[in-house]
Design a protein around this ligand. Structure first.
Ligand code: NCD
Length: 317
């Protein structure tokens, strides 16, 4: 594997390999000395043109636990705010001999362009491109589901028959898209529940069921309910009447939480709007995997960086 740009083209065996290595990485993270020498001498740049808390820190922790040198580049405060383009930024990094680039950008397709335009010969990891994809989020979600279901016997397993309901702002969500492709590849079924205005037109062609009624979806007792953040920063129009109305119709509130089976996982990629798409009680419930997702994100990103950057093809060494 040279790059990780999407889950749509990630083969089942590669996905399972990444998840299995992440199990080993989780074991490393549970040790007193949480460090492997694997990426010593390699340099990874976190190139974030969009805001991020957990994804950026998670990639930084992951690279450092593998002993890579890590450079954090936030577009705010850099020459990007002076109008420097992705191309110039990439060429500047290439001139410095960077081995891996973790990129987040508001434009769908930015990671693909960076990987294939010939500006830089580095391994590229997509950390979110516009509304398109966020593959490491999907991998950490799949890892979290697999671990909750199979525990210590997770290695080698897929998500055959697992029923996942994804609720909310599907239209603007790269997480929903990456999750759909990966979960389907691993054998799970996916249902989207959202107001019609927050579903993309293409949803009819996707391998997902679609519903508009969260209460009906909860009646079906899914294995996983994944709440999506309302992405106000991507909304230049009114997509729903108001926040109270949204929370009443599509929020995981306390009443809906009480009707969920004891075994249903409650997921959210973060950052959360507590009280809007998810209540505080739901976020903090034992069924919630939200902090497990964050912890697992480090293991999964260690695995991805390891598979891309370790070994003879991995870097400049
Ligand atoms: C997601 C993102 O940035 O796409 N967050 C994340 O990476 N944990 C989802 C979101 O912003 O709502």
């Amino acid at each position: 594997m040279k790059h990780l740009l999407s889950t749509a083209d990630l083969a089942r065996e590669d996905a399972i390999m990444i998840l299995d290595t992440a199990e080993d990485m989780a074991e490393v993270s549970s040790r007193e000395v949480k460090k492997l020498p694997t990426l010593r001498g390699r340099t990874v740049v976190n190139l974030f043109f969009e805001d991020s808390t957990r994804t950026r820190i998670s990639f930084e922790v992951a690279a450092k636990r593998l002993s890579a040198d890590v450079i954090n580049f936030a577009a705010k405060g850099s020459s990007v705010s002076k109008g420097e383009s992705l191309k110039d930024t990439a060429q500047t990094l290439a001139a410095m001999g960077i081995d891996g680039v973790v990129v987040r950008h508001a434009a769908s397709g930015a990671a693909h362009t960076l990987a294939h335009a010939g500006w830089i010969d580095a391994h590229v990891v997509n950390a979110g491109d516009g509304t398109h994809e966020h593959p490491t989020q999907a991998l950490l979600d799949a890892f979290t589901i697999r671990r909750r279901i199979h525990g210590a016997a997770s290695r080698g397993r897929d998500l055959d028959g697992v029923r996942v309901t994804i609720v909310g702002d599907v239209l603007h969500s790269r997480v929903a898209r990456s999750d759909l492709w990966l979960l389907r590849t691993l054998g799970a079924t996916v249902r989207f529940v959202a107001p019609a205005t927050l579903l993309p037109a293409a949803v009819d062609e996707w391998p997902a069921e679609v519903g508009y009624d969260l209460d009906a979806a909860i009646e079906e007792a899914p294995d996983v309910v994944m709440m999506l953040r309302i992405q106000s920063e991507r909304m230049h129009d009114a997509f729903f009447p108001g926040e109270r109305e949204y929370a009443r119709e599509w929020g995981l509130d306390d009443a809906r939480l009480s009707r969920l089976p004891k075994t249903t996982m409650v997921m959210h990629p973060g950052p959360m709007n507590r009280g809007l798409e998810i209540s505080s009680a739901a976020a903090d419930d034992p069924r919630s995997t939200i902090l497990e997702q964050v912890a697992n994100g480090v293991s999964v990103r260690m695995s991805v960086l390891y598979h891309l950057l370790a070994g003879p093809e991995g870097g400049a060494e």
